[in-house]
Design a protein. Structure first.
Length: 95
């Protein structure tokens, strides 16, 4: 699964993706989304549910593997950022 497909899956489930540079990434930006602490499990379940309806089993299997590799950083009372250092944020095409 490439980065854009992964972003599309997350966004199909209603998540707002964004770029994020986590601990030890030295400015490298990756795919992430923010979520409230108590809603993380529900959001992950929604992603898998949408994928199981809209995508082939192979894609769902890849998605589950990607979700298992997620990292999180606390954003204090504002929740968590969930991110994937291996999924580099797409660079904007030069005009």
């Amino acid at each position: 699964m490439n980065t854009q497909e992964f972003i599309d899956l997350l966004e199909d489930a209603g998540l707002e993706t964004r770029s994020y540079s986590g601990r030890g990434m030295f400015g490298k930006e990756c795919v992430s989304f923010n979520v409230e602490h108590d809603k993380l499990i529900g959001e992950v379940a929604a992603v898998v549910e949408v994928a199981s309806i809209n995508y082939q089993a192979e894609t769902v299997s890849e998605l589950v593997k990607m979700l298992k590799r997620a990292r999180t950083d606390s954003m204090g009372r504002d929740g968590l950022v969930v991110y994937w250092p291996s999924m580099e944020w797409p660079k904007a095409d030069a005009a």
